[in-house]
Design a protein around this ligand. Sequence first.
Ligand code: NAI
Ligand code: MG
Length: 353
Amino acid sequence: MSYDIAIIPGDGIGNGVTDSTEPLLINLAEKYGVDIQTTRFDWGSERYLDKGTLMPDDGLDTLEKFDSILLGAVGHPDVPDHVTLRNLRLPITKGFNQHICKRPSYLFEGVQSPLRGYSGGDIDLVVYRQNTEGEYADVGGREHRGFENEVAVQSAVYTREGTEAIVRAAFEAATERRGKVTNITKSNAQAYGMVFWDEVVSEIGEEYPNIEVERLLVDAGSMDFVRRPDEFDVVVASNLFGDILTDIGGIISGSLGIAPSTNINPTGEYPSMFEPVHGSAFDIMGEGIANPIGMVLSISLMFEHLNEEEISKALWDGVSEQLADANGPRTPDIGGNSTTSDVVGDLENRLLK
Ligand code: NAI
Ligand code: MG
């Protein structure tokens, strides 16, 4: 098999985590007889500061012919965050209808959770986040700028098609896991969109009589991610809530730096995109100490999506083995003093020998 992979390192630590892992991705695939061709794109904030756009106008046409996309992160101290997000990541996820965002949170053996009393395997949940609509719909506007009557409107959008798809994906995942779906909304306050969402969960839930369904409001749900994370299996949530909950899922599993993410177009009509959950991390950019594991696990999920199960499993197991090894390298976010390249180098030793 052979795959063409587009790589967009982006900004900040996005560069370090993609640069360091690209050779591992290529060489490990080769070991399993899979040929990977990568093409790098220097799209991101530096390009914006230089040329006025984060990616070229025909960027999506260029990406469309690839089998998969890997994204580092976007975000730059000199560019407003809404400009970076809305001109690179969101056009790709929306333009390629990558409406399923699957984000596992797993506490690996050897990693310290900031929560007391949890050890390896105790936290093992996956969030299914609606990825193309909800609160991130580009619906709204501003009027009367600078006047007393200035107004800003930001609307959330929930389509039956989009809601059913993410909810069904969550139930399907639960049939392969521990058989529980937790639906996290805010239907007491958001009585249109989120009550509709709850109705869709009830309807689809009837098709899965063996799946336990739990319902939480997002404020209490956020608390329960901290209080009883071991009780979650599959979580389904809207775009904004899924975004927030997965940062919590990342940190309770040791660090945001080890959390992977997927943006899936289930029909395969367009490529899917894989990226760590984290952003460009202004506070550590340029230091060479970003944890590359979120990216490595995202690459593992990319291979899973490409039906290259062996390579996917090798990467996941390699990370698991490295983290369980008390003498293994670890970056400062998980209590060590190793660099990004130390961690990837050690993974190469474990996986490519
Ligand atoms: P962030 O995820 O970049 O960082 C949050 C915290 O986690 C920081 O303390 C950072 O040092 C730490 N962290 C994140 N990844 C790490 C890693 N791999 N290793 C070690 N520590 C890590 O979130 P923040 O600071 O809110 O956003 C910074 C920029 O990134 C903003 O411009 C934001 O818009 C953008 N962003 C982009 C995303 C994307 O491209 N998908 C996702 C989230 C934020
Ligand atoms: Mg986020």
